[in-house]
Design a protein. Sequence first.
Lengths: 143, 161
Amino acid sequence: MICGGYYAKFCTQPTLAAVRNGLLELCDFKIFDWDNLSSETSNRWYAECFSGYPVLYKNLLAYHTGSVANMIMAMAKPLMEPSMRASILMGCQIIENEESRTPFRRLKDFYFQPNAQVAYLNLLERAKVLIAMRQHNEESFRL
Amino acid sequence: MAAAARLVEAAVAAQQANLLQPDKVGLDTTMWITAVERAWALEVKHAVESNKELEPLSDMWYAHHAIIAQGNLDEALRRIQIMQTFRQEYKINHSVEQAHHYLSELIEQQPGFLLNLDVDLEQQISVNAFDVGCFNPTKALQTDPKNAGRRAADCKAIGVS
């Protein structure tokens, strides 16, 4: 699982321009609760990988944040990368137009189109393309 | 034609201003680095190559670390050391096959958690999207290569011994 998280980040850095422009991270907290937390998991992953992973956080947009998410974020902020800490925007809502101004829409409603299965197949294909792009750039780039 | 001419003009102007150094791909600006970033990257490369405990990286990785550390050599070396240990412990090889394997595993094990990963190639902006309420930490540790045995076939397929 930690390796999946690693590759989710690695895939988004196929070029130096993408590295420089940074990562936009979108997190939906609508059904987030204490059960989704584990200090063992987060401490270990942070120590083993994410404290050293070279990424610039452009923005971390937190959607549908409730009291648990607010509390967790407040506790986690001091441990975060400076660029991540500065990029956090809590309480985001999905708004397509005035009529859609509703707290019920979730990020998955946008990404899982036409359904989760097809969306995941597309995601895996996209990841392949991005990794191949990175490989090509690694082979051809010289300082 | 006019757009291409403008691009060439901009590239020449940038080079003359010594702001950007094109790589050998030509006018693909996505792999350009500034003269300052290049100097940082060469400093990182020199430091890694003269440290016997660190494995050499590709020039792109040196540039990648240099851009993130923004000239802070100690910070770049700290990250390189952590990532080297991680790569060794988890046998990370950055192949398409391994990436596909681990992302599929993540999707299967944590349904609904990973929503998207992508790069807007026009703007060169990356996106990760997660539904954090779908994350199950107990399951996450169960299939950790360090915690659980992996099936031999899987290991062979992705280069993990």
